[in-house]
Design a protein around this ligand. Sequence first.
Ligand SMILES: *Cc1c(COP(=O)(O)O)cnc(C)c1O
Length: 352
Amino acid sequence: MSNWMKNLRRVEPYVPGEQPRSLEVVKLNTNENPYPPAPGVAEALHQMNTDTLRRYPAPDCGMLTAVLARRYGVAQNQVFVGVGSDDVLGMSFLTFFNSEKPILFPDISYAFYEVWADLLRIPYEKQPLDASLRLVREDYYKENGGIVFPNPNAPTSILEPLSFVEDIVSHNPDSVVIVDEAYIDFGGTSALPLIEKYDNLLVVQTFSKSRSLAGMRIGFALGSPALIQALNSVKNSYNSYTMSQAALETGTAALEDEAYFQETIGKITQTRQEAVQRLAALGFSGPAPMANFLFVTHESIPARELFAALREADIFVRYFDKPRIDNYLRITVGTPEQMEKLYTFLEDYMKH
Ligand SMILES: *Cc1c(COP(=O)(O)O)cnc(C)c1O
């Protein structure tokens, strides 16, 4: 083995859902929004003055943080933005999780947490979900170097109430607690109001799901000025210009169209409600979904088999070959037309 190979940082990367090239497939595997971004986004792109691209974008991303601050009713120095919430979360691990004590997160959760912890050599202890796939609050009372969990959780789609989040934050005044709210807009109550009371709480959200901008890569964190300042110091020690001019302008445009945002959320939650009933009629069950996806298991057909059959029919859903959840499918809520194709295929499949 060459000597340089001994110095490699060996990592086991996060594996995202498949991205087939064809736009024809029914793509219900990566929790993207099935509706286009707000009309103002196309307009912002068309009107963009390409001469501005000669210059570096504003390193403080002030244009976007100002609109976010207004939308969420916080001060501008309580807002941090990044290249999708993955960038915001990765930067947060780097900034806040520097203890010898292990950080805590659920065993069944967003798989990237473990990847970042390994990459950054942060000790961690996964906390098992209970038999009904819920987080156990007492597991997060023990000594730790930080806490992170999604709410609603992924891939279960289960939402914990605000009181649950506050309980964990209030038990951990000496750690930073990160609540990953990638799916909070689909009917959950954000922990955002708690940031005024707890200076150790960081709320992370994204434009990828509820605002239909996964391709533009925009995420943000809201927290106390002290947390945000720490994040900015680390970001500016690594890469000052994370957000492109296009991301700043389209992100701003998306945020300014509240009516379109509410309309899209309304359509998705309506389709989700229908999906619960249609899938139940086909023999599926699962936790009450509070994100833009369902986590379901079938009474007789193994999930692995269904996943393969669906894929063969160009209907992509997500399957995790992991203990305790290897008989579940995670199905993104698509348009009513896409969902109809799913139901039709399944009805047909159940007949054989
Ligand atoms: C999708 C997702 C993210 C990251 O999304 P970005 O596209 O990077 O903003 C973060 N956390 C969870 C739980 C997610 O499902």
